[in-house]
Design a protein around this ligand. Structure first.
Ligand code: UDP
Ligand code: MN
Length: 352
């Protein structure tokens, strides 16, 4: 596993003790909402793709914007905490270390560098996950019946800061490249998951394997979120963003009409109305994940072009940025034009 010589033990008790001795930092004591630390990262060296570092900066800016708007702390890691756990395996030692470094947070939220927040308003429905320790975007029929390696996505995970999570990560990481059984696990995964693309053991197949093998031990505490896009595959999503923008603009027009008619009413009224109007439009996806685009290396999946990835990322990033910029009074009129903005005249605080 990641650190066989020094596994974390009794973390729940140790964390409770720490919380008691630091009452001002305690998760539940000073706020009703459990604390979250968003963790993301990238490789330590410059990207091989000439625009890779530029994209990583924009992808990071997007996460910082979301976190600022929601009072979430963020940690960016760009070193391999285990020298052999590269690529998507790199996140496990980081997530584990983040739990130790931040006993005050209840949840660690790993978000891949290539995932974009495309709804700056949406909040995680944490109450829903009270009885669970890990939340991933997934579909139980695709896991248990189809046995597909894409039955869930491991690029965005919400994982509780507890001993169960430490144990899960240790068991999960046994399938990683630092393990003497790495090649064996690759063969096993390829046999179990007929649609798996490559022979090397990967973390996503690894988690599904654990679910299939020991549903009681792991599955009961893993929430497969399918109600909203905890992450969503970019290819089918980026084309719809212009339409979604139109829907939301229509709502803003309707709210503005109300504002003129009822100038004396308090702003919550508009918030309520806006929520009501939103039922009529296609909602923004929460997170769009550019799986397979590999913005940093440029080694994208050959079934689509780099141009498709690039344009998709521009659209998603500018779509998200528009939600941030409008509060400042500006917007990108063209989602494909990242440098141009137009002013939006207004003199009242924006709702949503
Ligand atoms: N990553 C990292 N350090 C590395 C390489 C990758 O932290 O040295 C992270 C990065 O956030 C990246 C994630 O691991 O987004 C998973 O890789 P990727 O997104 O390329 O996989 P995909 O989603 O395309 O399967
Ligand atoms: Mn990814």
């Amino acid at each position: 596993s990641i650190n066989d010589n020094n596994p974390v033990k009794n973390w729940d008790e140790k964390r409770q003790q720490w919380l008691k001795s630091h009452p001002n930092l305690g998760g539940a004591s000073d706020s009703k909402r459990p604390r979250i630390l968003l963790v993301t990262g990238s490789q330590s060296s410059a990207c091989a793709n000439p625009v890779g570092d530029h994209l990583l900066l924009r992808l990071f800016k997007n996460k910082v914007d979301y976190c600022r708007l929601h009072g979430i702390e963020i940690f960016y890691n760009n070193v391999l905490l285990h020298p052999k756990m590269f690529g998507f395996w790199a996140k496990y030692p980081v997530v584990k270390a983040a739990m130790l470094a931040h006993p005050e947070v209840e949840w660690i939220w790993w978000v891949d560098s290539d995932a974009v927040f495309t709804d700056m308003e949406f909040k995680l429905p944490l109450e829903r996950y009270d009885k669970h320790n890990l939340v991933v975007h997934g579909w139980s029929h695709a896991i248990y019946e189809e046995k597909s390696w894409t039955g869930l996505n491991a690029g965005v995970l919400l994982i509780r800061n507890c001993q169960w999570s430490m144990d899960l990560i240790d068991e999960w990481a046994r399938m990683g490249p630092q393990s003497p059984d790495y090649e064996k696990w690759g063969r096993t995964q390829k046999l179990v998951f007929k649609d798996k693309l490559y022979p090397e053991s990967d973390d996503q197949s690894g988690l599904i394997y654990l679910l299939l093998k020991d549903k009681k031990k792991w599955g009961d505490k893993i929430y497969l979120e399918g109600d909203y896009n905890l992450e969503g595959y970019w290819l089918g999503m980026v084309g719809g963003l212009d339409n979604i923008t139109k829907g939301y603009e229509e709502i803003e027009r309707r709210v503005a009409v109300l504002r003129r008619r009822h100038a004396e009413k308090v702003s919550e009224f508009y918030g309520e109305k806006r929520e009501e109007y939103l039922k009529d439009v296609i909602r923004r996806p929460f997170v769009i994940h550019f799986t397979g685009c590999e913005p940093c290396t440029g080694d994208h999946n050959p079934v689509y072009t780099w141009e498709a990835c690039w344009n998709g990322m521009q659209r998603a990033l500018n779509f998200a940025d528009n939600q941030v910029l409008r509060g400042f009074g500006f917007a990108h009129p063209d989602l494909l034009d990242s440098s141009r903005v137009s002013p939006l005249p207004f003199d009242f605080p924006r709702i949503g």
